[in-house]
Design a protein around this ligand. Structure first.
Ligand code: ATP
Ligand code: MG
Ligand code: MG
Ligand code: MG
Length: 580
C-alpha cells in the first residue's frame, strides 16, 4: 500500500449518483477524465482484467475465436450499411489530414462481416464465431453513473456466421449458454428477458439484465411461468375498448389477418383526417414506423414504410408489400435494427434535433386468433397508437402498451406480470441476413449456388460489468468483491508500530504471494493509523482481510471475511496454509 498508485477518498465525489460510482472513485479504482470517459487505475484495471478473463474463457470454450479490429474506422463500411447516417449524433466522427472521414467504432458488425467476406467463400467454412474485447465509443446523450454508461467503454462483441436459419439458431443457443455461464461466474443476480417481441415471431433477441434498482431498464416477469421481457418488448392484450372493433380481425373467432396498407390508410383517415384530401398509400406518414415484411414470411423485413420526412416508397407500397407488420423497437433498436439501417430513415428522424418526430412504433400481430399489440414510445413526442386506436401522451418514457404490475401474463395467461429494474449487461440478437446483404457477404452452398450468410451478434458490457458487480456487492463501508474478480484475494494489514508486527505481516504476505495468491499488503508506517488502514481495506473490498497486530504476542492473527463480517483467530504459523 505504501507503493500502490492509489489515493482513497473519505468523501463522495460530487457528481456520483449511484453507490458503485461513488465507491469506485472513493476506493481508487477509476478517475473521471471527461464526461463518460474514465481512467482505470491499478486496482480497477485488475478487476477489469479478471472480468475480461472470465468472459474470454467462456467464449473460447464454445469455440469462438478472438481477434481485434481497430477502434478507428473508415467511413465506407458504415456508409454501405447506412449507419454512417442512421447513427446521427450517436457516434464520434473525425477527419484525417487529407480530409477523409473516420469514426470511432460504436459496434463492429460491418468490420466482422467484411472480414469474413474477405477470407471465406464456401459453406464449408461456416459456421464461424468471432469475437473481440475492445474499446467502443458512443456519444451517449446522457453518460451516467461512472462507467455504467460511458462514452468510451469496453465491450466484448461476438458475431456468428451461418448459411442456414437452423445454423443461426444453434449459434445463438451456444452463445446464450456461454452467457449464462459467464454471468453465473461473475456472480450476477440476473434475469434473461426478451428484448423484442420474439415470442411472436421475428428475430430472436434477449437481454441479460443484472437486477438493480439503479438500472435504466424496466422489465416484467411472470409470477407463474418463466416469461420475462423488457417492457419495450412486452406483448400485452389490447384493452377491450381499444378501437379494435373497427379494425379487421378484431374478433378472436374470425380468421386472423395481418393489417394491410389499406387498413393503415383507413386508420389514418379516421384518426388524422387531412384537410385537403384523404390519405392515400404513398403519403408521408408521421409518428408511425411501418416495417413491411416479406409476404412469404421470411425473416428479413422487405422494406420500411416511411414514417418520417420522406415519402413511403410508392412502388413497394403498391406492389408486393402486403401484408405489413409494424415492428416494435426502442430508440436504440431503431438505430440498430437491420431493417432500419437500410436507408429509409435519416438522422433527421432519429437524432435529437428530429424535425418530424418519428417516435412511436406498434406491432399488431394476430396469434391464435387474438390480436396482440406491442408498443414502444420513443422519448419526447406526442404519439398515437394508430392501429389500436389508443392515444398515448408522451412523457419521455416508454409506455410499453400500458404494461402494469398485475397484468395477465401474455405467455401462460395464468400468472401475472410484476415489474423490476435492471442493468443491461449483455444482449444477444439474431441479426439475420441484413448486414450480409448490405455488404454482399455470400458463400457457395453445397450445390454451388451463392447464398447470403445469416448472422448473430452478441455483446457484453465489460466495463459496465465492473460497475454492475460493484452495485450488487457493497455495504456502507465499501466494496465487497466476489472472489472471482476481486483485485486481490487477501488484504494483509500490519497494525501497530512494533517492527515485529511488520516483519510477521510481510513474511505472511510474501508466503501467500508465493503460493499464488494476489495480495495487498498494507505496510504503511508512520502517521497511518490502524484505523485508517482498516477503513481503506474495507473500502477497497478484498474478500479476505488479515490483521497482524496485538495478537501476534500470543502467536495469532485475525482473519476477517469481508462479505459476512465473520472473524476468526488463526495461529500465525498456520496462517498461510489456512488462507491458500
Ligand atoms: P443501453 O440500452 O444500455 O444503451 P445498448 O442496447 O445500446 O445498451 P448494445 O448495443 O446492445 O447496447 O451493446 C452491447 C452491450 O454493451 C450492452 O448490453 C451493454 O452491456 C454494453 N453497453 C452499451 N452501451 C454502453 C455504454 N454507453 N457504456 C457501457 N456499456 C455499454
Ligand atoms: Mg439496450
Ligand atoms: Mg445504447
Ligand atoms: Mg442492447
Amino acid at each position: 500500500m505504501s507503493q500502490l498508485f492509489v489515493r482513497t477518498l473519505r468523501d463522495d465525489p460530487a457528481d456520483a449518483e449511484v453507490p458503485s460510482h461513488r465507491l469506485l472513485v472513493r476506493a481508487g479504482y477509476v478517475r473521471r477524465a471527461a464526461p463518460g470517459i474514465y481512467t482505470w487505475l491499478p486496482l480497477g484495471l485488475r478487476v477489469l482484467r479478471n472480468v475480461e478473463a472470465i468472459i474470454r474463457e467462456e467464449m473460447d470454450a464454445i469455440g469462438a475465436q478472438e481477434l481485434s479490429f481497430p477502434a478507428l474506422l473508415p467511413r465506407e463500411p458504415y456508409e454501405a450499411s447506412n449507419r454512417w447516417t442512421t447513427y446521427g449524433n450517436g457516434i464520434f466522427r473525425l477527419h484525417d489530414r487529407k480530409g477523409g472521414d473516420y469514426l470511432l467504432g460504436p459496434t463492429h458488425e460491418e468490420m466482422f462481416t467484411l472480414a469474413v467476406k474477405d477470407m471465406y467463400s464456401s459453406y464449408k467454412d461456416l459456421p464461424v464465431w468471432l469475437y473481440q474485447i475492445q474499446t467502443k465509443y458512443r456519444d451517449e446523450a446522457r453518460p451516467r453513473a461512472g462507467v455504467l454508461r460511458g462514452r468510451e467503454f469496453i465491450m466484448k462483441d461476438s458475431y456468428s456466421f451461418d448459411t442456414t436459419d437452423e445454423g443461426l439458431d444453434a449459434s445463438y443457443a451456444a452463445h446464450r449458454a456461454a452467457y449464462v455461464r459467464t454471468f453465473d461466474r461473475l456472480g450476477f443476480d440476473y434475469a434473461i428477458v426478451k428484448a423484442t417481441s420474439g415470442a411472436m415471431g421475428g428475430s430472436r433477441s434477449e437481454e441479460f439484465l443484472a437486477k438493480a434498482d439503479v438500472g435504466e431498464d424496466t422489465y416484467v416477469r411472470c409470477t407463474h411461468c418463466d416469461y420475462a421481457a423488457n417492457v419495450e418488448a412486452v406483448a400485452v392484450r389490447a384493452p377491450a375498448a381499444s378501437g379494435y372493433d373497427d379494425a379487421p380481425a378484431a374478433h378472436a373467432e374470425e380468421t386472423p389477418e395481418t393489417p394491410t396498407i389499406a387498413t393503415l390508410v383507413d386508420h389514418l383517415n379516421e384518426k388524422f383526417p387531412r384537410e385537403d384530401r384523404p390519405w392515400a398509400a404513398g403519403d408521408t406518414l408521421k409518428n408511425v414506423l411501418v416495417v413491411l415484411k416479406h409476404p412469404d414470411g421470411t425473416r428479413e423485413p422487405l422494406a420500411i414504410g416511411l414514417p418520417g420526412d420522406r415519402d413511403v416508397d410508392q412502388k413497394r407500397l403498391e406492389g408486393q408489400l402486403e401484408p405489413i407488420e409494424v415492428e416494435a423497437m426502442d430508440d436504440v433498436e431503431l438505430r440498430k435494427h437491420p431493417a432500419l439501417v437500410k436507408g429509409y430513415i435519416g438522422p433527421e428522424v432519429l437524432g435529437e434535433e428530429s424535425a418530424s418526430g418519428i417516435r412511436y412504433v406498434v406491432d399488431p400481430r394476430v396469434v391464435d386468433g387474438t390480436r396482440w399489440v406491442t408498443g414502444a414510445n420513443l422519448p419526447g413526442s406526442h404519439v398515437l397508437d394508430l392501429v389500436a386506436g389508443r392515444d398515448f401522451t408522451a412523457d419521455g418514457t416508454i409506455e410499453a402498451a400500458d404494461v402494469r404490475d398485475g397484468d395477465a401474463c401474455p405467455n401462460c395467461e395464468e400468472g401475472t406480470l410484476e415489474s423490476a429494474r435492471g442493468i443491461e449487461m449483455g444482449h444477444i440478437f439474431q441479426l439475420g441476413r441484413w448486414f450480409a446483404e448490405a455488404l454482399d457477404l455470400k458463400v457457395l452452398d453445397e450445390s454451388g449456388k451463392l447464398v447470403t450468410v445469416t448472422m448473430g451478434s452478441y455483446g457484453i458490457g465489460v466495463t459496465r460489468a465492473v460497475a454492475a458487480i460493484a452495485e450488487g456487492n457493497h455495504d456502507e463501508h465499501g466494496l465487497c468483491w466476489p472472489r472471482a474478480i476481486a483485485p486481490a484475494a487477501v488484504h494483509v494489514v500490519a497494525a501497530g508500530k512494533d517492527p515485529a508486527v511488520f516483519a510477521a505481516a510481510e513474511r505472511l504476505a510474501t508466503e501467500l504471494a508465493g503460493a499464488g495468491l494476489d495480495v495487498i499488503y498494507d505496510d504503511r508506517a508512520g502517521k497511518v493509523s490502524p484505523g485508517v488502514k482498516f477503513k481503506d481495506a474495507e473500502l477497497i473490498g478484498v474478500p479476505t482481510l488479515v490483521t497482524v497486530g496485538r495478537g501476534l504476542a500470543d502467536g495469532v492473527i485475525e482473519v476477517k471475511d469481508r462479505h459476512t463480517g465473520e472473524r476468526e483467530e488463526v495461529a500465525v504459523d498456520d496462517a498461510a496454509a489456512h488462507l491458500v
